[in-house]
Write a protein that binds this ligand. Structure first.
Ligand code: NAD
Length: 309
């Protein structure tokens, strides 16, 4: 199958593109940055609507994976640009996919759609969503738009509310859950880490392999199985910075973490501790395979191999 990925150079794209190639797809990987992948690549600003449409017309993908985004912390630094990339570009992508008869679209949402009035434990699929951050506001609007395009135009858009994604290949920048990757790199390199969240701030997380597996599984599901056309709740595990520090210390006993919260603390405290992903499990068979010990083992094993390659 021919597919197109936007934001393909980011944390999720770097894992998704190889998985799509492995599945046998013909992949066009695009990003505003230049990319090197063993497949077709293109430098494309997703806000350039004309260029995106021309590329769709030429490449004729059956599926589009729209990952280009400004994450939560970066969106607070540049709110207007965050809105343009996270919402306006998403609108243009949906509109272009409809016009060019793309069969299926994947677009990820986030737990950032939740807010201070959301129940924080086992957060239900449907409950108050009152995000305080610009990123969450754009994701919530995107979820409503995805459902609107499905109901009004039958565009088959599928989405997941990702929690913090943790993977070894990429030092993420601009998110609120980045500490969960940074702590591993710091533990291996310096044995020290200064965390920008308080030690007991528990958040839902997912290991990158599970995140990619979830995307592929959701995209392969029969449309009639899907009852959520906004974005499915999904998670792998929950942990706090302190719990992660303790788990890393089992392998690196002299690792130490300091805690100095910044503005990301308020965002993290407005998000769930854990989410209820019953509908994802029921509708398309979601189940995570990584818990915190398995995630730690995988990260500590993989990071040195990436660093030496
Ligand atoms: N990583 C997470 O923890 C997480 C959690 C929830 C949701 N998500 C969502 O998953 C998707 C992918 O996230 P990620 O972690 O890979 O993000 P990332 O920040 O690592 O990658 C985003 C990519 O988008 C590209 N980009 C930014 N502006 C662009 C533009 N104007 N045109 C084209 N490309 C542009 C960037 O160059 C980058 O490569 C996003 O929609 C994000 O909101 C991620």
């Amino acid at each position: 199958m021919r597919v197109l990925v936007t934001g393909a150079g980011g944390q999720i794209g770097q894992a998704l593109v190889p998985a799509l190639l492995q599945r046998g797809d013909e992949v066009l990987a695009t990003d505003i940055r230049s990319l090197t992948y063993p497949t077709a690549t293109l430098q494309l600003d997703i806000l350039d609507e004309k260029h995106f449409r021309a590329v769709l017309r030429e490449w004729k993908p059956a599926e589009v994976y729209h990952l280009a985004a400004f994450l939560s912390a970066r969106s607070e630094y540049e709110p207007q640009r965050g809105w343009e990339v996270n919402f306006m570009a998403t609108w243009q992508v949906f509109e272009a996919c409809r016009a060019e008869a793309v069969q299926r679209v994947f677009w990820p949402s986030s737990i950032a759609v939740f807010g201070p009035h959301t129940p924080r434990e086992a957060t239900p699929q449907y409950c108050p969503t009152d995000p305080i951050g610009l990123y969450g506001i754009a994701k919530l609007a995107g979820e409503r738009l995805a459902e609107y395009f499905f109901r009004r135009y039958a565009l088959d858009i599928r989405s997941l509310r990702f929690p913090g994604v943790v993977g070894p290949a990429h030092l993420p920048q601009g998110g609120t859950t980045d500490f969960a990757v940074h702590m591993f790199y710091a533990a291996l390199r310096e044995r020290r880490y200064k965390c920008y969240l308080l030690p007991d701030t528990r958040l839902p997380m997912i290991y990158i392999d599970d995140a990619v597996r979830a995307i592929l599984k959701l995209m392969e599901a029969h449309p009639e199985q899907l009852t959520v056309r906004g974005a499915y709740n999904i998670q792998g595990m929950s942990f706090s910075p302190r719990e992660l520090e303790l788990e890393i210390q089992k392998a690196i006993p002299d690792f130490k973490c300091e805690y100095e919260p910044d503005f990301r603390q308020a965002l993290a405290e407005s998000w769930p501790i854990s989410v209820d992903d019953t509908l994802a499990r029921r509708d398309w068979g979601w189940h995570p395979t990584y818990d915190l010990p398995a995630l730690c083992e995988a990260m500590l094993k993989a990071i040195p191999t990436y660093e030496s390659s």
